[in-house]
Write a protein that binds this ligand. Structure first.
Ligand SMILES: Cc1cc2nc3c(=O)[nH]c(=O)nc-3n(C[C@H](O)[C@H](O)[C@H](O)COP(=O)(O)OP(=O)(O)OC[C@H]3O[C@@H](n4cnc5c(N)ncnc54)[C@H](O)[C@@H]3O)c2cc1C
Length: 473
């Protein structure tokens, strides 16, 4: 079996920065990522995107990744693209498989493991969100970056958050159109927002970028609908409209395409399956793993960097990857504590600057109410077709959290293992029981965290890949 000092799972800015720094400090490194090319979400397809004039259309933030990708390509670091990690054992042996059509399983033993698995879009269970023709803004952006595809001109974007506005602007810059943006943000609390605004002034460049983005959307004539409630999507067999209430009047927008976005939440599948301690981050309204300032989790040798450890953006992800690599090098005996601290000082300073505006952004774009309290008819678990009403019924029968709700309704039992419904189920359980969301037990993921065949498990390359599961977690 292959052995490395550090296994890095995820080739976004967090993982690549961790890999490069660890390698520079003398460690052997393997990077595994399910995407065909390095770059993660933000720098996806950067080196081969068919989008001409990428700087103008996709923005300077996108092109900023080129230096990192060039350094990584020139580094000779072992990289397994199109490969997903689906299990990590207590012996630090990770099992992975290359993607179909010819899945090839393998395993690697690593002294240190860095989870750099990024974020996912927050589930936004509006009535009708499962109708063909509805997808997420992130999904539509992947089509633009990788295939140069634009949504239809009558597309309606619903939700809130920087990515929603950024994508609308990218579409307009590329010559496409957006029919309307329905702002579905939750209620904004003005006092905390003002408090955070003062701190956000420490990152004026980010605030200017935001202001420029909104001005550009106005210039392109993109219609913005605020104060919309009771939003629902209609269509059979394909989407044909969006309906909402505004100031007591009902409105309909005819459309063939709806794009949803309600912000990002950390991808915690692996850290959860590994039994790491997590907490409910009230500011970001999501579960997040606990870790030290060096990004080491409570499990020794397991580090969590980038958005997977809390949403902070690409630059902060890069910095956190470098910071983790310094501590890994110290533990591996490659550098001493004084050298680690000297190298880390400037990184921590930059990292604090990059985080200055984050609480302001979190307060400015609270997730839509439907993310926590969808109407009864909305499907919450797409895999098993379970509605919010069914989950509320289970909660009234005594199901106190996602695990119990899963047992009663099958919500969370399907292909995605609850990645797209567990936090909604938890919110519904909390509301029914009259408790706070952070009082609900977080559901624990189980290995394998990705769908694999029995053959892949059998061939994963180790004598003992089956482990006793601690069902108490
Ligand atoms: C859909 C989407 C679109 C975004 N678009 C923008 C944007 O346009 N502008 C912007 O500023 N920010 C954007 N963001 C946010 C930005 O991507 C992040 O802030 C930044 O990329 C975080 O870097 P990271 O290294 O933590 O994770 P990522 O860049 O997300 O990289 C994580 C990588 O881990 C891989 N991975 C996850 N699990 C596994 C596994 N089990 N096995 C193997 N590989 C795995 C993923 O394939 C991914 O490549 C977007 C986020 C998302 C989710």
């Amino acid at each position: 079996m292959k052995r490395v000092d550090a296994l890095i799972i995820g080739a976004g800015p967090g993982g690549l920065s961790a890999a490069l720094r660890a390698r520079d400090l003398g460690l052997s490194v393997l990077v595994v990522d399910e995407n065909p090319r390095a770059g993660g979400q933000i720098y996806r397809a950067l080196r081969e995107s068919p989008v001409r004039e990428a700087a103008r259309i996709l923005g300077a933030d996108y092109l900023a990744g080129k230096a990192l990708l060039d350094r990584f390509a020139a580094s000779g670091i072992d990289h397994l693209p199109r490969t997903r990690v689906w299990q990590i054992g207590s012996d630090n042996v990770a099992c992975f498989s290359s993607l179909a059509p010819n899945p090839k399983p393998g395993s690697v033993e690593a002294r240190f493991i860095v989870l750099a698995t990024g974020a996912q879009e927050r589930p936004f269970p509006l009535p009708g969100w499962t109708i063909p023709g509805v997808m997420t803004v992130g999904g539509a952006q992947i089509l633009l970056k990788t295939a140069g595809l634009l949504p239809p001109d009558d597309a309606v974007l619903i939700g809130g958050g920087p990515l929603l506005y950024q994508f609308a602007e990218q579409v307009c810059q590329a010559g496409g159109r957006v029919q309307a943006i329905i702002d579905a943000r939750g209620p904004i609390a003005p006092m905390p927002l003002l408090g955070h605004a003062v701190r956000a002034l420490r990152d004026p460049a980010l605030l200017q970028r935001g202001a420029r983005l909104l001005a550009a959307l106005r210039w392109h004539g993109v219609r913005r609908v605020g104060d919309a409630t009771a939003i629902r999507i209609s269509g059979d067999p394909r989407v044909d409209g969006v309906h909402y209430t505004r100031h007591g009047a009902e409105h309909t927008l005819e459309t063939s395409c709806v794009l949803l976005h309600a912000g990002l939440i950390p991808e915690v599948n692996l850290s959860s399956a590994l039994g790491c301690e997590h907490f409910w981050n009230r500011q970001q309204r999501a579960w997040q793993a606990r870790y030290s300032i060096w990004r080491e989790s409570r499990r020794a040798g397991l580090f969590i960097v980038g958005d997977g450890g809390g949403i902070a953006g690409a630059e902060a992800a890069s910095l956190s990857g470098s910071i983790a690599a310094l501590e890994i090098a110290r533990q591996a005996g490659k550098i001493g504590e004084p050298e680690r601290d000297d190298l880390a000082g400037p990184l921590f300073r930059q990292w604090r600057r990059r985080l200055a505006a984050r609480p302001f952004l979190d307060a400015l774009y609270p997730p839509p109410a439907e993310c926590f309290s969808p109407p009864d008819e909305a499907i919450v678990c797409r895999c098993e077709n379970v509605t919010a009403g069914e989950i509320r019924r289970a909660a009234r029968l005594g199901a106190s959290g996602p695990r119990q709700i899963k047992a009663l309704t099958r919500a969370g039992m399907g292909h995605c293992q609850g990645r797209f419904c567990a936090c909604v189920a938890a919110a519904l359980a909390a509301q029914t029981a009259g408790i706070r969301l952070d009082e609900v037990a977080m559901p624990r993921s189980r290995f394998p965290v990705k769908p694999v065949t029995l053959e892949e498990i059998a061939l994963a390359g180790s004598e003992d890949r089956f482990q006793r599961t601690d069902f108490r977690g």
